[in-house]
Design a protein around this ligand. Structure first.
Ligand code: NAD
Length: 289
């Protein structure tokens, strides 16, 4: 069987194409969607993530302000910055790059972001809206996965979606999204580190979403013929003396057995940034209306 590659780059181009008219409309009303990215400390991976995000905003003619704080910043100072950004009319989305230094209570900080500017979708109010089937700001990675599936005509209706991983950022929200009648209407199984006999479930999946953070964990023995595989993992490994990024799926092992597959890199990753832009545009639209 030929395994079709579901390119996140192609899907994100389609998304950006659709955003142009929405951004133009906002600008015609005097509104430029604006993101505030807050970076605490000097974590090299966080630096790269934030730079990629802000660069994308700039390339689309959107506003993006980066706030750098020292790794020793007091929690109260960070909370004050968030309060100021909550009250700043030019800012429609606030992103606090994780992880935060240990002396800061991440949950308290994320909960301080106004739910109407929570473009990462981590605030309990937005998580609650999603869980009652009325999504507003949905976390970017699962939202991006839904877009990829739709873009490549992978119909979830009545299918069995198996998710590996139950994090609040990926696993849990994608399990809810794909089960919603209006979006996926799939039958969903959510597997996690407490799941006994993971293969029993994963081999039933029409669509298998691997979000466990374990390099090349899912090989051919975990899937059925013709499954669609969404590889969320971003894992840095040493291979043949070189450092490289691999997903949670052993792509070589499943090629020829899976019907389709998101690559790593250039699969789910680009969609995550694209959805951050989409959520910020949505926030500006909601404020305008
Ligand atoms: P996490 O560590 O918060 O959660 C991992 C989940 O996997 C947990 O719920 C755990 O129970 C489950 N798990 C771990 N080992 C398991 C096993 N052997 N069997 C079954 N379940 C198991 O991770 P996360 O933040 O959800 O991220 C998951 C992966 O996705 C990571 O590689 C991360 O880097 C990547 N990620 C990618 C993007 C992107 O833009 N592509 C975004 C977020 C996360």
């Amino acid at each position: 069987m030929d395994t079709k590659i579901l390119s996140g780059l192609d899907a994100s181009k389609a998304l950006f194409g659709g955003l142009v008219a929405r951004i133009d409309h906002l600008k015609s009303k005097g509104v430029t969607p604006g993101l505030a990215a807050v970076l605490v400390g000097e974590n090299p991976a966080s630096e790269i993530y934030v730079r990629n995000k802000t660069k994308k905003f700039e390339s689309l003619g959107l506003k993006s302000d980066l706030f750098r704080l020292s790794k020793d910043v007091e929690e109260t100072e960070l909370l004050k910055l968030i309060e100021d950004l909550n009250n700043n009319n030019e800012i429609h989305g606030i992103l606090v790059q994780l992880p935060l230094p240990k002396h800061i209570d991440s949950e308290k900080v994320l909960n301080a972001i106004s739910p109407t500017k929570d473009v990462d979708g981590f605030h309990p109010e937005n998580a609650g809206l999603l869980s009652i089937g009325k999504p507003r700001f949905v976390p970017c990675t699962p939202k991006g996965i839904m877009f990829i599936l739709k873009h490549f005509n992978v119909d979830l209706n009545g299918k069995h979606v198996v998710v590996i991983g139950r994090s609040n950022i990926v696993g849990r929200p994608i399990s809810i999204l794909s089960s919603l009648k209006t979006l996926g209407n799939a039958t969903v199984t959510l597997c996690h580190s407490g799941t006994k006999d993971l293969k029993y479930f994963s081999k039933q999946a029409d669509v298998l979403i691997a979000a466990l953070g374990s390099p090349e964990f899912v090989d051919a023995s975990y899937i059925k013929d013709g499954a669609c595989l969404i590889d969320v993992g971003i894992n840095r490994i040493e291979k043949d003396g070189k450092s490289r990024i691999v997903g949670d799926v052993n792509q070589e092992s499943v090629t020829g057995i899976a019907s389709s597959l998101t690559p790593v890199p250039k699969g789910v990753g680009p969609m995550t940034i694209a959805m951050l832009v989409e959520n910020t545009v949505l926030s500006a639209e909601l404020l305008l209306n």
